[in-house]
Design a protein around this ligand. Structure first.
Ligand code: MG
Length: 232
């Protein structure tokens, strides 16, 4: 009788330990770049990035596996058409700032279409201007499930489909985007009916473009950035 109980307890402990190991392992795997990914920031080197305009080497501060916004927008040297992008961002607590002034940055797809980065936790701003918004176009779905207070790391997993044109240059489709914020789907194959959101790099929407990270005057941090280009 006693032996049976001891055996059952031991089994439960072993099973629990196994589940914990499995859970920790699964959490570690999350955000890990697949084999065909292009690593854009590995926590050490900013080699993949240059400053907007001057194209000088990236001068953002690199420390403890992250890079911090400093001295202007940066974009990748490499340009992309359709892709899957993973990035992680950390928002400083700036309680004396409000609205768009509170930990503002942003990731611009093809340098043209901004997915907003902002401390939107208990910080209201205008329509399609908060964290997770396709800037000026659409607010995120499921905002309350995705948002975190400042001082924590967040993830964006973005699938981007570039606009399509026929041979004569006539538009067939606008760009489309699906975004997961902290694992929560906030945009599901949403059309972006513009060729450039505010402060984007613009250019010919028929051509590839870089990934741009915005300096909006806040010390936002980034880490673990990778991209998988997809066949068009
Ligand atoms: Mg922004």
């Amino acid at each position: 009788m006693l032996q049976g109980i001891v055996l059952r307890v031991a089994c439960c402990v072993l099973l629990s330990a196994g589940l914990v190991v499995f859970y920790v392992k699964a959490a570690e795997e999350k955000g890990k770049p697949p084999k065909d990914a292009v690593i854009l920031f590995d926590g050490k080197s900013t080699e993949a990035w240059v400053h907007r305009g001057s194209k000088k080497p990236c001068e953002w501060v690199v420390k403890d596996g992250y890079m911090e916004v400093r001295g202007g927008d940066i974009h990748t040297k490499q340009e992309f058409t359709d892709f899957q992008l993973h990035l992680e961002f950390w928002l400083p607590a700036l309680p004396d700032k409000q609205g768009q002034g509170r930990a503002n940055s942003g990731v611009y797809l093809q340098g043209r279409y901004e997915i907003q980065i902002l401390d939107s936790y208990m910080n209201n701003t205008y329509k399609a201007g908060g964290c997770g918004a396709i800037y000026g176009i659409k607010d995120p779905d499921n905002f309350d499930k995705a948002v975190r207070p400042p001082g924590q790391w967040n993830t964006y997993d973005i699938t981007f489909r570039a606009p399509r044109f026929d041979r004569a240059g006539k538009r067939l489709e606008w760009a489309r985007v699906t975004v997961f914020w902290n694992g929560v789907k906030i945009h599901d194959n949403v059309e972006i009916p513009t060729d450039n959101t505010t402060a984007g790099m613009g250019g010919d929407p028929k051509t590839p473009g870089p990934i741009m990270l915005q300096d909006h005057g806040s010390p936002v941090r980034y880490r673990n950035i990778w991209i998988v280009p997809m066949k068009s």
